[in-house]
Design a protein around this ligand. Structure first.
Ligand code: 13P
Length: 249
């Protein structure tokens, strides 16, 4: 069992309309109520359009709210963007930054992500910073090197470590049904802790990529892995709650 408090995060990506999103959030919160007090942290990151409504639904529950991205600035002429302070206004405590779908789909660099992390922490959010190698990196045996570089370059100088979480999400494992072995995730986590230096032992490290109720237990059995970042399997309340089972003590 990990010595850090476990954290399970749902990343709904661009899924969920008003009714379906509210029902899903309400059902997950109802499951969490059956395990009060929760022995781990549970966070939902819905699409930005649902943040306000879901924030209302989650009030007084044990489930926390997060965003999927934020801008580097507090406000300004940035069409389509959302600032960290705006997420805080809506009740968010967490934000996912540097997800591979933003790194690859929106050309986000390590440098930009570091600025976002800084802005989010200034606003008071806990930042879930995603790193992960591509299939080509894996084939070339470059995983440790790529991950180390992403960790070092995606974090600002003045990082508040109590509000830092790192999610290892191999790009080739996202939405593919493929996954590294738990021992390989542990090996990458060791690289991440080394790259973090002095703060390495305190930061929570999550795994993400094709997590399901049937493989979550094997991953969470590892002391080195402090939780999960779950995509498609978080869109079903029963399945998502089943994923949290090993964290419930
Ligand atoms: P899947 O769980 O759908 O593979 O997505 C993982 C992910 O990208 C979570 O951020």
């Amino acid at each position: 069992m990990s010595k850090r408090r476990r954290l399970i995060v749902a990343n709904w990506k661009m899924y969920g309309r008003l009714t379906s999103g509210l029902v899903l959030a309400r059902d997950i919160a109802a499951f969490a109520e059956t395990a009060r007090p929760l022995s781990f942290d549970l966070v939902l990151c819905p699409p930005a359009t649902l943040t306000w409504a879901i924030g209302e639904t989650l009030q007084g529950t044990q489930v926390m709210l997060g965003g999927q991205d934020c801008h580097t600035a507090t406000h300004g002429a940035y069409t389509g963007d959302i600032s960290a302070a705006m997420l805080v206004d809506l009740g968010c405590r967490y934000v996912i930054l540097g997800h591979s779908e933003r790194r690859h789909g929106h050309g986000e660099s390590n440098e930009l992500i570091a600025k976002k992390v800084e802005a989010a922490q200034v606003a008071g959010l806990t930042t879930i910073v995603c790193v992960g190698e591509t299939a080509e990196d894996l084939k070339a045996g470059a995983t440790a090197e790529i991950i180390g570089k992403q960790v070092r370059e995606s974090l600002p100088k003045n990082i508040r470590t109590s509000d830092l979480v790192i999610a290892y999400e191999p790009v080739w494992a996202i939405g593919t049904g493929q996954q590294p072995e738990p021992k390989d995730i542990v090996a990458v986590n060791r690289h991440i802790r080394n790259a973090l230096g002095d703060i390495g032992e305190t930061v929570r490290l999550l795994y993400g990529g094709s997590v399901t109720p049937s493989n979550a237990g094997g991953i969470l059995a590892e002391d080195e892995i402090d939780g999960l970042l779950v995509g498609s399997a978080s869109l079903n309340a029963d399945g998502f709650w089943a994923i949290t089972e090993p964290c419930r003590i």
